[in-house]
Each structure stands twice: as C-alpha cells, then as structure tokens.
Design a protein around this ligand. Structure first.
Ligand SMILES: Cc1cc2nc3c(=O)[nH]c(=O)nc-3n(C[C@H](O)[C@H](O)[C@H](O)COP(=O)(O)OP(=O)(O)OC[C@H]3O[C@@H](n4cnc5c(N)ncnc54)[C@H](O)[C@@H]3O)c2cc1C
Length: 467
C-alpha cells in the first residue's frame, strides 16, 4: 500500500486525502489548526457567510422602488439594522460545522487525522509535533498544503480589537462605526462592500488608480461607481504607511502624509505562504523568491515524491485551484489518469454587490491577442428580468476566437454572477462556439438571456474581423 502523508488540512490537503484514499493509499493528514484549513475556518466560508447577510441587507435597503415598506412606514433604506453579534455567531458556528463535516467524511474514508504541526525530515519522512509528543511518519508520497497567512505592514500591527486582519473580524460584537479597509484587491473589496452593505461607514484605501486592479477594468469601474453611490469613500492612489491606535480610534497615515481616522481598520494587503520551518530546504524542496513552493502543472516539487498544492504554491490563490492541485498530485502520484492544471479554464468570483465573475481570457489578453479576439459586451439594464428586479448595474461580456467562434472567456457582473458564469465556464472548458451557446434555450425572462444574446452578437465574428 502506498503511504501518503499530507501536511495541511485545507482544500488542497483534504481533497487530496479523499482522492488518495479512493485510490487505495494509506493516508495520514496532519493539520495544526483545524480540518478545512483557513478556507473553512477563517477565509472563504466565514467571509461568504458574512456577505450572505450583507447581500440581503443591500437588496432590501435598495428595494424601495419595488414598493417595499416596513410596517411602520419606514423606507427599507433607513429602517434596517444588523445584529453583528448574531451574524458573527452564525458565521463561526457554520464554519465549525463545515469543518466537522469534512473531518467526518475523511474518517469515513479511512484517512488518519493527526492534530499537530508537520514538517519534513527528508523526502521520505514527515515528523509531527503533537500534544503527545513528536511522531514520525515514513512516506512514499508527501503533499505539502500548508496554505498562507495574512500579510501585515511593519507599522500596522493588528491588536485584534480595532486593527484587524480578516481572520479577526468575527470577534466584533458591534458594527464598526467607521471602518477603514486598507487594500482594494479582492479581499479588501469584498469586506468593504460587506460592511458598507451592513450599514457601516467605510473608507477604502487603494494604492492603485481603481479598486480591483487585477480584475476586468470595466467590471471594476462598475463596482467602484456602485461603492461610491452607496456612500463609501474610495481613496485611490493612496498607500497606507502606518496604522496606530488612539484610544477608541485608529489613525491611518498615508505615504503622502494625509491621515484618515476611523473606529476600526481592516488590513487586506495580501498573504504570505506558510513555508517557513517546514524542513523544505533540507528535503530538497525549492522555493521561489517570494517563498512559495515551486511546482509544475502536476503539483510536483523539486524533490522526488514530494508534491505541493494550494496557497503555499502561490499558483492561483483560490480554494477551487488548491483542491484541484491536490487532486492532481494524488492522481499523478498514485498512477491514475491525470491532466495537468489548466488555469485558462478556471472561473472565479468577487463576492461584492454586484458580484464579478470571470473565466478564461481577460480583456487585457483579448486586446493584445493575435489573431484578434472578438468581444461582445451587453449592459444588464436592457435585460427584461433585470428591469423587473430593479437591477441596473452590471453587464455580460463574451470573448471568442475569430473564424472558429470558439468561446475563450467571459465576464459577468450581476447579482449571483458566481452562478451565472457556469454556462460560460462550460463553453470555455469544452471549446463550444458562440453559435452553440446562442442556439441553446434560455428561460424568458432571465439574466442568462443576455448571455445568449452576447453570443448571438458574435455570430459574424469571423467576417467582422476579416473585413
Ligand atoms: C478573506 C478570504 C476569502 C476567500 N474567499 C475565497 C472564495 O470565496 N473562493 C475561493 O475559491 N477562494 C477564496 N479564498 C482563497 C482560499 O481561502 C485559499 O485559496 C484556500 O484556503 C487555499 O487552500 P489551502 O489548502 O492551500 O490552504 P488553507 O486553507 O490555508 O489550509 C492550510 C492548512 O494547513 C495548516 N498548516 C499550516 N502549516 C502547517 C503545518 N506545518 N503542519 C500542519 N498543518 C499546517 C493550516 O493551519 C491550515 O489549516 C479566500 C481567501 C481569503 C483571505
């Protein structure tokens, strides 16, 4: 029997454990902080649960034009409030329950779970520090899936009360009066949107020209416009230098000397891989300059028999990608059929209101592609269902290759864009043409109707581009 030892119980580790067990491996999973990893306990699951409440608040508070009033005649825009203590209790309970579900599934599949901190002694031996002392695990295959932790600025040290990382916000009992979010990447934008949706005053400090600098520029513009319309202050081209506590307040000093004062500050300035003190160098596992484990597309590291998956590799910091890297590692190590990781078919989502979902080629890649790629972009305001629902912000964008019309990417900016992107994700993965997408029935009225319409607009893609 192949002995598989996995360090880290997040999606990279636990999904790999399930595959390895299915393929007949003898699997040991070592985790230091709880099965499910950061994904389940501090990152994805808690943030999306918090956002679920914010989403309802946002929808209801913007429902006045749909004729909704409270019993006392209050408008939904002014009559709503949130009990953050109750929200956070639900968030943490849900995360714990999810962690227990995953642990039960692992036990059912005969994975041995070890609570402890793992490290490599060599490419064939893992050692774990547990409550009962140090234990050694000889291995034929090792997977490193230790994840990452929040980066903090040298002059912005979280105190867990008012200066917070995203792992600490669930301890808040009351909605921050004025929250300053430092960082306008996906995490910063999601939390800024969430707390603003919950009714708090929010200032978003962005070092770049616009929020979400790595996302589709049209989508980011829609979101920034919506944020400011809802009352959020977005400080662009503003880099935080330091964050200090001053009694019940926090003061953020920007590099140009300006200061912003608020009640709380959330740092969302990226992640650092958990690759220190794991014995990686001693075992011959190479790291790149940023400290991530270097892997190939089947998750192999530079050490024979040692694989790595997830955030510790920095390939694409998503739970879905971590899980796929972990599965690929096990399919490869245990001799099953395997296709190398293909990032061109990954779909991802920014959980704001509206959501921004993307798959495949980006606008930037489309603009510079040779041969030229055709693009159709349809604002949602013309969609019948959107009008009925009072949805104005958002669009659908589809990219296709010239001549063949094969769909190579798309962007959806809409409520529940994370669900609407799937037809495009299938089209990209299965290399469907715009005509195939356009010929499929959509429900009337529906937002997906605009998706089919965008595909229909690309019917003459070949002729247009040749002309
Ligand atoms: C706020 C936020 C929201 C996010 N939302 C989403 C989302 O909606 N969708 C999405 O796809 N992605 C999301 N992500 C990204 C996602 O959380 C990560 O990509 C995912 O957690 C990576 O999984 P992983 O298995 O690599 O690591 P992790 O989930 O971090 O798990 C690693 C585990 O290994 C443990 N560990 C570390 N060192 C050791 C050691 N030496 N021994 C034993 N155990 C160890 C850690 O304690 C942890 O339990 C979000 C990230 C953040 C920050």
């Amino acid at each position: 029997m192949t002995r598989v030892v996995i360090i880290g119980g997040g999606p990279g580790g636990y999904e790999a454990a399930l595959v390895a067990a299915q393929l007949g491996g003898e699997v040991t999973l070592i985790d230091s902080d709880g099965i499910g990893g950061s994904a389940v306990l501090t990152d994805c699951v808690p943030s999306k649960t918090l956002i679920a409440t914010a989403e309802v608040m946002t929808e209801v508070s913007e429902s006045e034009e749909l004729g909704i009033r409270f019993a006392d005649g209050d408008s939904p825009a002014t009559g709503l409030s949130v009990d953050l203590k109750a929200v956070n209790k639900r968030v943490l309970e849900l995360a714990d329950a999810q962690s227990e579900d995953i642990a039960s599934r692992l036990v059912r599949d005969k994975v041995t779970i070890v609570a402890g901190r793992g490290g490599l002694v060599s490419p064939e031996v893992v050692v774990a520090e547990t409550a009962d002392g140090e234990r050694s695990y000889p291995a034929d295959v090792i997977l490193i899936a230790t994840g990452a932790h929040p980066r903090v600025l040298p002059e912005a040290v979280p105190d867990g009360e008012r200066i917070l990382t995203w792992t600490q916000v669930y301890g808040l009992n009351e909605l921050p009066e004025k929250l300053i979010v430092v960082g306008s990447g996906v995490t910063g934008a999601e939390f800024a949107g969430a707390y603003s949706g919950l009714g708090g005053e929010v200032v978003l400090v962005s070092s770049r020209d616009r929020v979400l600098p790595h996302e589709d520029a049209d989508a980011a513009q829609v979101l920034e416009d919506v944020f400011t319309r809802r009352g959020m202050e977005v400080l662009s081209r503003s880099r935080a230098q330091s964050v200090v506590r001053d009694g019940d307040q926090v003061v953020v000093t920007l590099t140009d000397g300006r200061t912003v004062t608020g009640s709380h500050c959330l740092l969302a300035v990226g992640s650092i891989p958990n690759t220190e003190n794991l014995g990686l160098a001693e075992a011959g596992v190479e790291l790149n300059e940023a400290g991530f484990v270097a892997v190939d597309r089947v998750s192999r590291t530079s050490a024979r028999g040692v694989y790595a998956a997830g955030d510790c590799t920095g390939v694409l910091m998503l739970a879905s990608v971590a899980a796929m890297q972990g599965r690929i590692a096990m399919w490869h190590a245990l001799g099953d059929r395997v296709s190398p990781l293909d990032l061109s078919v990954v779909s991802s989502n920014v959980f704001t209101a509206p959501e921004i979902a993307t798959v495949g080629m980006t606008q930037q890649q489309a603009d510079t592609a040779i041969p030229k790629v055709a693009t159709a972009m349809l604002p949602l305001e013309g969609n019948a269902r959107a009008k009925m629902q009072g949805v104005r912000d958002g669009f659908i964008k589809v990219f296709c290759l010239p001549v063949t019309g094969i769909v190579v990417g798309g962007v959806v900016v809409a409520p529940r864009a994370s669900e609407l992107i799937y037809p495009l994700a299938i089209a990209v993965a299965e290399r469907l043409t715009v005509d195939q997408v356009a010929e499929s029935f959509t429900v009337y009225p529906s937002l997906t109707g605009s998706l089919a319409e965008a595909a229909r607009r690309l019917h003459l893609h070949g002729q247009e581009l040749r002309g």
